[in-house]
Design a protein around this ligand. Structure first.
Ligand SMILES: [Fe+2]
Ligand SMILES: [Fe+2]
Length: 180
């Protein structure tokens, strides 16, 4: 099952999108992203897939490079450290992880100048360099949208589970009082 947040579509059946990222999804390094928690409530792989799919949709709608959007989206957070344990006093996580992602992605895949810019500048304006392409501005928006959606979903699920727990407890208390 390969689904993006807020979508019921099976992404492996979305032929255009899936065709753009199929080889990346088979890569061991991309799969490793499943081992890292990201934005508290999801994995780095799921977040990257979310960004990949929505960046693809947005760039396709805007008649921009949808292939590069999908591929750079999947690779934009290709780094392998736990953000909470990795503290570098000399540079911010925002600047550091996007450079690390570009380095890791470049070592494994042939990246166009556009894809490189989308990966290394996806944190703009938290990073100093300005995006060179319209697609890079798109990924900065999509990345923030996905992070917000992931966090909101986690808060919603937490609230629902708490409500269910309280409801169950109330039902048990009612049942015991009735049976007395
Ligand atoms: Fe990032
Ligand atoms: Fe991201």
């Amino acid at each position: 099952m390969l689904k993006a947040i807020l979508s019921k579509k099976e992404l492996s059946e979305q032929s255009e999108f899936f065709g753009y990222v199929r080889d990346l999804l088979q890569d061991e390094a991309v799969s490793r992203l499943k081992d890292f928690r990201h934005h508290i409530g999801t994995t780095r792989f799921q977040h990257s897939l979310n960004v990949s799919y929505y960046n693809f949709l947005l760039c396709k709608k805007l008649k921009l490079d949808a292939r590069a959007a999908a591929r750079a989206g999947l690779l934009h957070d290709l780094f392998f450290y736990d953000r909470r344990k990795h503290i570098n006093v000399e540079s911010s996580h925002a600047a550091e992880h996007s450079k690390e992602a570009l380095k890791n992605a470049s070592e494994r895949f042939d990246l166009s100048e556009l894809e490189q810019d989308m990966i290394v500048n996806h944190m703009w304006p938290a990073t100093k360099a300005r995006p060179k392409f319209k697609e890079t501005y798109a990924i900065t928006l999509v990345d923030k949208f996905c992070a917000t959606a992931e966090f909101s979903k986690m808060v919603y699920n937490y609230a629902i589970s708490k409500t269910q727990m309280v409801a169950c407890l109330a039902a048990v208390i009612c049942l015991r009082l009735t049976l007395k």
